[in-house]
Structure formats: C-alpha cells, structure tokens
Design a protein around this ligand. Sequence first.
Ligand SMILES: [Fe+2]
Ligand SMILES: [Fe+2]
Length: 200
Amino acid sequence: MLQSDTNRPKLLSVPDALTIARIVRVNHAGEFGAIRIYSAQILVSGWFWPDCVPALSEMLEDERRHCALFREAMPIRKSRPCRVMRFWSYGGWLLGFLTALVGRQGIWACTAAVEAAVHRHLDDQLYFLKGRDPELSGIVLSIREEEIAHLRYAEERLVSPNAVHRSLRFAISAATDSLIWLSTWGDSTRMARVLRASRR
Ligand SMILES: [Fe+2]
Ligand SMILES: [Fe+2]
C-alpha cells in the first residue's frame, strides 16, 4: 500500500496496514474510556475526596489530548472510531464511579490497574510500529511517557498492597481487557496475536 506521508514507510503490506488501523482504533477507544473513568472519579471525589481532584483533573487533560492525537491519526491510516463507543462510555464511567466510591485506595488501585494495562499494550505496539510507522511510533512513545507518570503517581499512593488491593487490581485489569475486547469486537485479540507473532 502506498503512503503519501514522507515520515512513514513507502510500502506497507495489507496485513500490516490493517494491524496499524486496529492499533489506532483500540488506542482511541482506550483513551476515550480513560476520559470517562477520570470524569466519574472527579465527580465522586468532589463530594468525598477533594484532595484527589487536582491530580485526577491533570490526568483527565492528558487523556483528552491522547484521545485527540489518536483521532487525528485515524484518517490517513484508514481507521475509524470503534462502532460501540457506548461500551466505553458507560463501562468506563461505571468503573470510575464505583472505584471512587470505595475511597482513595479504590481510585489509585483503578488508575494503577488501567495504566498498567495500557502500558503493556503500548509496549507491544511500539515493537510492531518501529520501522513500519515512525510517525505513529513517535506519538505512542510520547503518550507512553505520560501513562507511566500516571501509573507511578497511583502506585506511590497505594498503601502496602494487601490481598484486597491485589484482588481489586486484578478485577479492574480483567474489566479493562473485557471492555477493550467488547468495544472492538475482538479486534484487540487479533491485534495482540499479530503483535505476538511479530516478536518471534
Ligand atoms: Fe492516555
Ligand atoms: Fe493515563
């Protein structure tokens, strides 16, 4: 497939172009979900945990910028937002709302679990994108820095992780992966398979 952007490889195979389109779609959905999670947490924190609001608001601004970057990256890669953004909208909001009701530890356990899942996905993607799509690789790299900062901030605030925190993180991780899978109709699984194969 011929690409017009000089910052991108001249030739991409059809399967590679498809995987790149999926990467952008999954990432855009994930950032949208993060916006919904943080929005609900900010709402609840405003009632019960106001000290958490400034950090959550900063993270929300980061997620909004990430979401816009992936949206802008879509047209040239023949990608579109996933068809069922409402999964992200309701699912993300509910996840944020419920974890914030648990308290500060619920908020930071949720942030740590979600950001760790995102970080894992981005790492796999960077390996695949290197040499195939330098422009998108650069975008993912810069976003990953901010996701790591979110993860560190949350982890620093988690008091000695006990069994309850570990279970909560595990449940949130599973919920995040399920949301990604549902909202992309399995695109995330197909994408992960290709990314794994590219590492061999
Ligand atoms: Fe993000
Ligand atoms: Fe984040």
